[in-house]
Design a protein around this ligand. Structure first.
Ligand code: SIN
Length: 281
């Protein structure tokens, strides 16, 4: 096995590592990209510090890992559909991503990952937490694993976009709420097999999963609530403190995440590019 060209320093027992020796704006060679992908597969989320790159370089780096995913609920809402700028202004009552979630799971092939770059961060507050969904699955009892085998969950975007979600009145980052917006629904297995590592993981999240296939939402609720809460036990998580120029690159299959809504009187501006993923098996 060849030596890695990058430094990889875990930041918690379960998930997350800081990467040294990479400048994202550079024209990185294929070996370095392979090392980054390996670190992502191993640690579920990786972090880079003191990075300086523009939007074009951001997209070029993302493209080394796959096609750029266009988020249907932000399409036409910002200057470039391939980029979502997440702006939190003082006084915002809500922010994007404040519940434990994986991104955009209402589509049939949810993004494999996202690369989030800190442009302006508060002096304190505004951290992001991540939770390993490998551990969430592996720590379930054999009986629960048997119950979940073959079960499919319904994922919808109705809680986070569209007129009834009514997000735009309470936050600076605007999402589609127009009359032409339509709910998108997909079903995915509750236990997913990661297409690269082959490991099983728990694939439900609070922003999008509304129930189980073949059951009412009321019937689904007790088990779904249990799984949602279990999925972010503290020992499955890490918490990232942002600085200007920090980057988080998460595997949207194996990690859930949550943006902590505690930036008080401060602005927070982040630039995100998502990478297309595979249908869920
Ligand atoms: C997101 O859910 O992509 C937002 C994460 C963050 O702003 O920390």
């Amino acid at each position: 096995m060849r030596n890695s060209r990058i430094g990889v320093r875990p930041i918690a027992g379960a998930i997350g590592a800081e990467i040294d020796g990479v400048r994202i704006g550079d024209d990185l060679d294929d070996e370095t990209i392979a090392d980054i992908r390996q670190a992502l597969n191993e640690h579920c989320v990786i972090f880079f510090r003191d990075q300086h790159f523009d939007a074009a370089q951001h997209k070029a780096f993302a493209r080394r890992f796959g096609e750029i995913f266009i988020h249907p609920n932000y399409q036409g809402m910002q200057a470039d559909d391939e980029i979502i700028t997440m702006r939190r202004e003082p006084g915002d009552k809500h922010i994007v991503g404040e519940d434990w979630h994986a991104d955009t799971t209402m589509v049939a092939a949810p993004p494999m990952g996202a690369i989030l770059y800190a442009i302006e961060v508060p002096p304190y507050g505004g951290d992001t937490c991540f939770a390993s969904q490998y551990l969430a699955y592996e720590t379930l009892s054999d009986g629960m694993k048997q119950t979940l085998a073959g079960l499919r969950a319904v994922h919808s975007d109705r809680l986070v976009a569209g007129p009834t979600a009514a997000k735009n009145a309470v936050r600076s980052t605007k999402v589609r709420e127009d009359d032409a917006w339509r709910e998108t629904i997909s079903t995915h297995p509750v236990v997913r097999t990661h297409p690269e590592t082959g490991r099983k993981l728990l694939f439900v999240n609070r922003s999008y999963t509304v129930g189980f296939e073949g059951m009412t939402e009321a019937e689904s609720k007790p088990l779904l609530e249990y799984l949602l809460e279990h999925g972010h036990r503290p020992e499955f998580t890490c918490r990232f403190r942002w600085q200007t120029g920090s980057v988080a690159f998460w595997d949207n299959r194996s990690a859930k995440h949550l943006a902590v809504h505690d930036a008080g009187p401060f602005r927070r501006v982040m630039r995100r590019v998502q990478i297309a993923g595979d249908p869920v098996y």
